[in-house]
Design a protein around this ligand. Structure first.
Ligand SMILES: Cc1cc2nc3c(=O)[nH]c(=O)nc-3n(C[C@H](O)[C@H](O)[C@H](O)COP(=O)(O)OP(=O)(O)OC[C@H]3O[C@@H](n4cnc5c(N)ncnc54)[C@H](O)[C@@H]3O)c2cc1C
Length: 383
């Protein structure tokens, strides 16, 4: 149904990737229930990620020298959009592919690039993001996890929370304090790569309201890290993290979290031959907003392609996109409730129920709505 959302300036060679991805997904996802598909980038399936890697679709924008396909941001946009709109279970590789690999490419040493990037492209190295802590979520500058120098390496102590897929990932890129105190705020923060199988690391999954365990608490008790654990420059972690968050916030995953439900709704309307104006207003309204947001997200892909760092624009798209993603289950739920004869479609109800439970989290992960609005206000010189 993406063809309803007019493509905005995607180069033809990147647009051509769409049909290939669709054909692959048609076979790979056949028979998966919609409520499973609705989990999409929360859905962990390492075999699926490896199948994508065999197609050459992990590390799409990375240089060939590191195992990538050296394609542009629009190609990655098309791939991401097709995966998410179809509800593909992308969680295993998503963070490594979206964030960790670009971060390592930009700030890592050549040895770090040679070591991690080809394995990310082959779906052999999965990553998680260690930013939030029990007392530091929005206010990342107050994190307490600390890496202190010892000999040639580091010793890590502290705890992270809400770490998506830490129980499956091989590595975490953690934001930690390497010097100073909490009062020093952003100064003294650094990023380190932690092998999650190292002695002293404990990972404890947290079960969410829908019964899934996709995020974790992670504890570090005197974890020994090598000299090469530091990524980028010591003390520059804050600037590095902000560059990383622009990748996290700008993509189509901020538009399509409720897309599988929209598809269920369209299937129902088509099956029932619904022609009434209320259905047209609801469906047209959702698609019109999605088309606008998609254009905005594409425009950010264009900025990334030009080497810009569109942090304010990405915050704006995430804020507006998650608002729509959150509204869709309520809108479709109301429309289903208004039907004279509720459909006997268990898959539809399970999908709706899952998204109604999860949608409040859409505007928390990756930075809350209030924090994003603060960034937008600063970008507009209002603060
Ligand atoms: C599904 C999911 C997956 C996640 N995955 C990860 C992950 O992989 N890695 C990771 O590091 N974190 C992850 N998180 C954590 C997420 O980034 C944090 O929950 C988020 O940053 C908010 O932090 P907090 O929960 O500590 O809330 P708090 O920071 O305590 O905020 C509580 C409330 O106060 C508001 N608030 C806080 N400060 C301000 C302010 N200055 N102005 C106005 N309002 C404010 C917030 O908007 C929020 O509504 C995940 C969260 C979810 C829900």
């Amino acid at each position: 149904m993406i063809e309803f959302l007019s493509p905005v300036s995607i180069p033809p060679q990147d647009q051509a990737l769409r049909q290939e991805v669709r054909a692959f997904l048609h076979d790979a996802l056949a028979g998966r229930a919609p409520d499973l598909l609705a989990r999409s980038w929360m859905g962990y399936d390492a075999d699926f990620s490896r199948a994508l890697a065999r197609k050459g679709w992990l590390g799409l924008t990375l240089p060939r020298a590191y195992g990538g396909a050296e394609r542009g941001h629009f190609a990655r946009f098309v791939l991401s959009e097709e995966l998410l709109a179809a509800g593909a279970p992308v969680a295993a590789h998503w963070i490594a592919d979206r964030q960790s690999a670009p971060l390592i490419l930009r700030y890592g040493t050549d040895a770090q690039r040679q070591f991690y990037l080809p394995r990310i492209c082959r779906a052999e190295a999965f990553f998680c993001i260690g930013m939030s802590e029990p007392d530091a979520g929005s206010d990342l500058a107050s994190i307490r996890t600390r890496a202190r120098r010892e000999g040639a390496g580091w010793v890590l102590d502290g705890a992270k929370i809400w770490t998506t897929n830490a129980q499956h990932a091989h590595y975490m890129i953690a934001l930690v304090r390497t010097h100073g105190t909490v009062e020093d705020r952003h100064a003294g923060l650094s990023q380190v790569i932690v092998d999650l199988h190292a002695p002293g690391v404990t990972v404890r999954p947290i079960v969410d309201v829908a019964g899934d365990a996709h995020f974790c608490e992670v504890f570090f008790d005197q974890v020994r890290l090598g000299e090469d654990a530091l990524i980028g420059t010591e003390g520059e972690g804050w600037a590095q993290v902000n560059a990383e968050l622009a990748f996290e916030r700008s993509g189509p995953e901020r538009l399509y979290s409720s897309m599988v439900l929209v598809q269920c709704w369209l299937d129902l309307c088509r099956g029932q031959g619904s022609q009434d104006s209320a259905t047209a207003v609801l469906t047209g309204g959702i698609l019109a907003q999605m088309a606008t947001l998609r254009s905005m997200s594409l425009s950010i892909a264009g900025k990334l392609a030009r080497g810009e760092s569109p942090a304010v624009e990405a915050a704006l798209v995430k804020d507006l996109g998650t608002e729509l993603e959150q509204r869709i289950p309520a809108l479709i739920g109301d429309a289903l409730g208004a039907l004279a004869e509720p459909p006997a479609d268990d898959a539809l109800w399970r999908t709706l129920s899952y998204l109604e439970q999860m949608s409040p989290t859409f505007s928390l992960r990756g930075g809350t709505r209030e924090i994003l609005r603060g960034i937008i206000a600063r970008g507009l010189d209002l603060r």
